[in-house]
Design a protein around this ligand. Structure first.
Ligand code: ATP
Ligand code: MG
Length: 610
């Protein structure tokens, strides 16, 4: 059989995965072609009044607003919004706020920011708002009554302990509750008493009536409603009973006409209940068929990173990091402040792909995506991170006393032809800052940077080494000065006139290396935060390990550096490649006019590779 030709679209360039295959198959079969959409979530009757759904598929990203999103959520966001984009669908942002205890508007706002910053939007034709699961409480209650009326649910008043014991385990089937054989009428009356606050918290639960002997423990009459006197941020004190997540979630999907409900693998065992519930509620006409289907993929595990919300909160609360947006945190706000770009995270999600097998992704994959995203866009600049002064002792004599020679370099060295690239301007004079390790008094084998004259094999003095000050002149090292402790205070050299970069004489003298530098006269002082991995252990919390014991003591070093004058007025959140050093960003929080603060995102190469 030959595959039918499909029009060339963006999706053709993306590697396929099992989710794409499922969606392509559903589109080819017209599985969801008959669906209608009434412009807002609702039951079967509501959608029956709507138009044929303009969205070919509907996916959703359903965070619980109880914490900051992290890199794992970024994967889920890219998958769900990315699939909707690629297949003419829409992706809903839905706050899964059915648990009354934990929600907070601070988290709601940070989630909205994170999704938008990653480059996605839920405002599209056929969809115009972010949804809240708690808006569906009325329907969930109706659905529960419908199950009771059809004999599919009952109020159980066993103690929590009896319920646990009677559930059985993997080797032992469960035992039916003595309340299981109540009539529908009895159950309905009792459930209404639960709703009306006549029973104490924990005195009863509503359970689906499925099969206490099922090999899947999730099908042994799972609880679907519990009594909980708690004020909900959206519905206040309207309810004292709340749906369980496993009951609420499929209903949320169905009301929103979701076609492909994509979640992480730990929900695999819940899928039979998801399907059971959807069948029952479609059967009785409450929900519009075809019902959504659940698909699971493996969650992201990233080396040197923890993603548990509880453990991340511990890092914040115990002051191990400066906050949720500390540039070492794997939260989206942290990654953003660190300098990760939306493009780099999208590229990362694409590259790691979607599978059903659990695996660990190496942190260097994420760093590689960042380098790729910035390679052709981040302007180059020179910065000296560990400065020592270099004095050109013959400058006044050969160049003129106090002379400053203007130099230029392109902001992007490898820009495509025809693209206009800004030019960086800076000046060279008698004194410049260079990196301390660009000079060695006694050069080691193979060292090509600055070192002073030294005796050769025949006892004759050999001249000091020659290097080019990048974009400036070739210089010849003559020595250094030291303080009383033997610490080098100045490196000494002579400038070789007529060797300026870009002039005809530049090639006449051979330099063994080019080093970066910043003029003492026009260089700007900057605070540079040299971030590194937060943990030294690749799997800091695996197997119940104490992740705090694996904190990297060198995850942040703050240095006072000098940067070239072209960086004088750069805004916060701007990306640069500091030549020879790596990628940096101006800090979103602390960088301001008059105070330059840069964060190191990552080096130019992977330095953690074994
Ligand atoms: P918790 O840490 O409290 O268990 P959670 O990480 O499951 O919470 P949710 O807000 O429920 O957080 O997650 C929203 C969505 O993000 C879910 O669909 C979930 O499957 C997905 N998700 C969460 N963590 C990861 C991860 N590490 N990799 C991929 N997807 C993830
Ligand atoms: Mg969760």
């Amino acid at each position: 059989m030959t595959k039918p030709a499909s029009p060339a679209t963006e999706q053709d360039h993306k590697p396929s995965n099992f989710l794409r295959q499922i969606i392509e198959n559903d589109l080819a079969q017209g599985t969801y072609a008959s669906r209608r959409w009434a412009g807002s979530p609702g039951d079967a009757a509501h959608h029956a009044k709507g138009e044929p759904d303009p969205a070919k598929i509907r996916t959703r990203f359903p965070p619980e607003p109880n914490g900051y999103l992290h890199v794992g959520h970024a994967k889920s966001i890219c998958i769900n919004f990315g699939l909707a984009r690629d297949y003419g669908g829409v992706c809903h942002l839905r706050f899964d706020d059915t648990n009354p205890e934990k929600e907070d508007t601070e988290y709601v706002n940070s989630i909205i920011d994170a999704v938008q910053w990653l480059g996605f939007s839920w405002n599209q034709p056929g969809n115009d708002k972010a949804y809240q699961a708690s808006d569906y409480f009325d329907f969930m209650y109706r659905a529960a009554e419908a199950l009771i009326e059809a004999g599919h649910a009952y109020v159980d008043e066993q103690s929590a302990e009896d319920m646990r014991v009677n559930r059985g385990d993997f080797s032992k089937p469960g035992v039916n509750s003595p309340f299981r054989s109540r009539t529908s009428a009895e159950n309905l009356a009792r459930f209404r008493e639960m709703r009306d606050g006549k029973l104490a918290d924990g005195a009863a639960v509503l359970r689906a009536k499925i099969d206490m002997a099922s090999p899947n423990i999730n099908l042994r009459d799972p609880a679907i409603y519990r009594i909980r006197r708690a004020t909900h941020h959206n519905t206040g004190d309207t309810w004292c009973i709340y749906p369980m997540y496993t009951f609420a979630h499929p209903i949320e999907d169905a009301l929103e006409q979701i076609t492909h409900s994509i979640c992480t693998l730990e929900f695999e065992d819940q899928r039979p209940f998801y399907d059971w519930l959807m069948e029952r509620l479609c059967e009785c006409g409450l929900l519009a068929a075809p019902a959504p289907k659940q698909y699971e993929f493996s969650r992201l595990n990233l080396t040197y990173v923890i993603t548990s919300k509880r453990k991340l909160a511990q890092l914040v609360n115990e002051g191990k990091v400066s906050g949720w947006d500390d540039p070492r945190m794997p939260t989206i706000v942290g990654l953003r402040r660190r300098g990760y770009t939306p493009e780099s995270l999208q590229l990362f999600a694409e590259r790691i792909g979607v599978t059903k097998s659990d695996s660990w992704i190496d942190y260097s994959t994420l760093e590689g995506c960042l380098r790729e995203s910035l390679e052709n866009t981040a302007h180059r600049a020179m910065a000296v991170l560990d400065p020592v002064k270099l004095v050109l002792t013959n400058w006044d004599e050969v160049m003129g006393a106090g002379h400053l020679e203007p130099c230029t370099q392109p902001a992007l060295p490898h820009a495509d032809e025809g693209t206009e690239v800004p030019t960086r301007h800076f000046k060279i004079g008698k004194e410049v800052w260079i990196e301390r390790d660009d000079f060695l008094e006694e050069p080691v084998k193979g060292y090509k940077r600055l070192y002073p004259p030294r005796p050769g094999a025949d006892g004759q003095m050999l001249p000091g080494n020659k290097v080019r000050l990048k974009g400036g002149y070739v210089i010849e090292c003559t020595g250094c000065t030291k303080d009383a402790n033997g610490v080098i205070t100045e490196v000494l050299a002579t400038v070789i006139p007529d060797t300026k970069s870009g002039t005809p004489g530049s090639a006449t003298v051979k330099a063994s290396a080019a080093i970066t530098w910043v003029g003492v006269n026009d260089g700007l002082q900057a605070e540079v935060r040299m971030y590194d991995r937060l943990f030294t252990d690749a799997q800091p919390d695996a197997g119940g390990k104490d992740f705090l014991a694996a904190l990297n003591p060198d995850s942040l070093k703050v240095v006072t550096a000098y940067v070239e004058p072209s960086l004088a007025n750069v805004p916060a959140g701007e990306h640069f490649q500091f030549e020879r050093h790596g990628y940096f960003v101006t800090d979103r929080v602390d960088h301001a006019g008059g105070k330059l603060v840069f964060n190191r995102i990552t080096g130019l190469k992977d330095t953690w590779a074994k």
